[in-house]
Design a protein around this ligand. Structure first.
Ligand code: NDP
Length: 333
């Protein structure tokens, strides 16, 4: 049988296992033009939380009692589509199912062996593209400037910081544990890292770590962490707003300091973005990331959890910071 995960209830606050429902169905048979896919790796992403709400956003909400979807790498195990052959590896937005039929539209064929697939969900996938284009298109880093990255030890954050270093900047990461802070400095070559959970005066700690002020703030988390960065920005600072994970589970609107005075007096530019805004530049981003990876200038971390049944818990674990780098569930491997 084929295991499937549906959205059972719309989460209120932090998601719980009750918000998901496991069901099973017969494995579908591919018709002419179809391929049968076996799921191998499932991308677990914070933005899925927003799609679980019944509210208008940049992507449609998941429907109740329908399968949840995310970025998935799958293997073609049967084909009635001339574009695909058995054994091809593909990636795309697919259902949380162990097996599924697709007409192949929107899927990307991966030119990789089975041992090289997971980076296509991370550094060479949406994550890396988000980091590269958010930083270069909005942050516009120049050598010698100071970048602060929140959510620094996560999938996007680790790549942002390393690109900042490649571009000759000084990089401070903000993260949720001492272990992650150490990793940022040792493995990812950040200049400095702060554990926001154990730092009592975050704005002061940022000021100390960035004696020349903050030129670019790459914001993955929003909320109080971002408030602490804002008071340290320089004239003409750039602030790419990539994510606001600290607010995703809020049940009422969070109120913080008014940001207009600091944006005004620092002539700063704060710009939110969805990676798809830069769709035309995806090939450029992937090419550059692949070059850096090959040259050894860029590295990555993955937290890979085994088992289809663990997908919901792994998603919940994002909100407890249980991942280092890209969070992935491995299925059928
Ligand atoms: P991560 O790999 O960074 O995983 C999430 C991390 O967020 C956790 O590991 C945790 O790290 C941190 N976190 C969880 N809860 C909180 C909290 N309350 N306060 C502060 N930090 C918290 O995820 P991604 O790299 O995939 O995504 C990073 C951000 O970028 C997210 O906000 C996501 O929605 C956004 N995003 C936006 C895109 C766009 O197109 N704009 C595309 C892709 C992602 P820690 O231990 O440090 O707390």
């Amino acid at each position: 049988m084929n295991n499937v995960i549906l959205l059972n209830k719309r989460p209120v606050g932090k998601p719980t296992l009750n918000d998901f429902k496991f069901t099973s169905e017969a494995i579908a048979v591919p018709l002419t033009g179809d391929i049968l896919l076996k799921t191998l790796y499932v991308s677990i992403d914070p933005y899925l939380r927003g799609r679980m709400n019944d509210s208008k956003s940049y992507t449609p909400s998941f429907e109740l009692n329908k399968p949840i979807q995310s970025g998935i790498i799958a293997e073609v195990i049967d084909t009635k589509n001339v574009e695909f052959k058995k054994g091809d590896f593909v990636s795309g937005m697919l259902d949380w199912k162990e097996y599924q039929v697709s007409d192949g539209k929107g899927l990307k064929k991966l030119n990789a062996t089975s041992a090289e697939l997971t980076p296509y969900l991370g550094v060479l996938g949406m994550t890396g593209i988000t980091a590269y284009l958010g930083l270069t298109e909005i942050g516009n880093p120049k050598a010698g400037e100071t970048i602060v990255v929140s959510g620094a030890a996560g999938a996007v954050g680790t790549i942002v910081g390393q690109i900042g270093k490649i571009m000759g900047c000084k990089v401070l990461g903000i993260t949720g544990s001492d272990k992650k802070a150490e990793l940022l400095k040792s493995k990812f070559k950040f200049d400095n890292a702060i554990n926001y959970k154990t730092t009592s005066n975050l704005s002061e700690a940022i000021q100390k770590a960035c004696p020349n002020g903050v030129d670019i703030y790459f914001d993955n988390v929003g909320g109080e962490i971002s408030d602490a960065v804002m008071v340290n920005i320089n004239k003409h600072a750039r602030l790419p707003v990539c994510g606001t994970i600290s607010l995703y589970n809020d049940t009422k609107v969070s109120i913080g300091p008014r940001i207009q005075p600091v944006i005004l007096t620092k002539s700063a530019t704060m710009r939110g973005f969805i990676v798809g805004d830069f769709y035309a530049k995806f090939p450029e981003a992937i090419k550059q990331l692949a070059i850096w990876l090959k040259e050894g200038k860029l590295t990555y971390s993955e937290t890979i959890i085994n088992g289809f049944d663990n997908i919901p818990q792994t998603f919940i674990d994002l909100f407890d910071g249980k991942n280092e780098g890209k969070m992935i569930v491995s299925v059928n491997n």
